[in-house]
Design a protein around this ligand. Structure first.
Ligand SMILES: Nc1ncnc2c1ncn2[C@@H]1O[C@H](COP(=O)(O)OP(=O)(O)OP(=O)(O)O)[C@@H](O)[C@H]1O
Ligand SMILES: Cc1ncsc1CCO
Ligand SMILES: [Mg+2]
Length: 257
């Protein structure tokens, strides 16, 4: 299924996307998923996972504001998703900042996510390579992390997506670059986290590589459109949501190299 067909299926199915994300990202990520045409639900209580994860079209897990009870929910939800063959996406936000977070990311990776999405520093570190990341923002270039992404895809079986000025995605065999968007996108917090949530919506609607590629292209196309209307980060966010909703399946090819 080509990326544009995944978007058509997404809008047709309006899939339910279980998002376990961070406090910073919750609102923008939910709005991004809604604007694109899917149905987000931010559910993280340990008591609710067993009931909720199995009825969803996809699961997304983001460790941006990790704590012990949330980690238990993440591990349980990921285990259930893998057991029920529900696609799930891992976003290992700044996992290199502490041993606690590093171990949490590796434990989740061992549960075999369908897709891993991170910035260059996060993907480098997840593959065990040294990078320059210090917090949630990337300190490395996408180019520098491409080899790590390929190695990680081969080792984990996941599709690996790196976001940045030009995105890169690989499943170990196929690969693609995705261009467009605007530098302003890195000035708005949690847009990467929102990209992860959108990848869940796409993964609920098509195969893993084309889902990741489609979600990356959707952001770039909408980012390019929003940047023409925006006067700064605040108005960019407003125009970006409008542009996500206005993006049509045939637009996606413009961003894919
Ligand atoms: N300089 C840039 N030019 C164009 N697009 C960009 C640029 N920087 C980031 N983007 C886009 O912004 C989105 C978020 O990517 P980014 O790599 O900043 O994620 P992140 O660091 O994980 O973000 P966060 O942790 O704040 O959620 C992606 O769609 C990416 O393609
Ligand atoms: C700024 C920030 N801190 C923890 S999560 C997050 C959102 C972007 O990853
Ligand atoms: Mg960023």
């Amino acid at each position: 299924m080509a990326p544009q067909d995944v978007l058509t299926a997404l809008r047709d199915k309006n899939p339910l996307v279980h998002c376990i994300t961070n406090y910073v990202a919750m609102n923008i990520a939910a709005n991004v998923v809604l604007a694109a045409g899917a149905s987000p639900a931010m559910v993280h209580a340990p008591e609710e996972i067993a009931d909720f994860t199995p009825i969803c079209g996809a699961l997304t897990i983001n460790i941006g504001t990790l704590s012990t009870p949330w980690q238990a929910s993440m591990m349980n939800a990921a285990t259930l998703a893998s057991a029920h063959k529900i696609p799930w996406v891992l976003d290992p936000v700044a996992h290199f900042i502490s041993d606690y977070r590093k171990r949490a990311a590796q434990d989740l990776l061992a549960l075999r996510p369908t897709i891993v999405r991170g910035n260059a520093s996060e993907i480098l570190a997840l593959a065990g390579e040294a990078g320059a990341g210090k917090g949630a923002d990337a300190g490395d270039s996408v180019d520098a992390a491409q080899g790590a992404a390929k190695a990680l895809a081969a080792a984990s079986g996941a599709v690996i997506a790196i976001t940045g000025p030009v995105d890169f995605v690989t499943d170990g065999a196929q690969e693609a670059h995705v261009s467009g968007g605007a530098p302003l996108m890195s000035q708005i917090t949690a847009l990467g986290c929102s990209q992860t949530a959108l990848m869940g919506a796409y993964a609920a609607s098509g195969s893993a590589f084309d889902a990741a590629l489609g979600a990356l292209a959707h952001f770039k196309v909408a980012g390019t459109a929003a940047s023409k209307l925006a006067h700064g980060p605040g108005s960019f966010q407003m125009h970006f949501l409008d542009a996500l909703a206005a993006t049509q399946p045939d637009d996606l090819a413009k961003a894919i190299l």
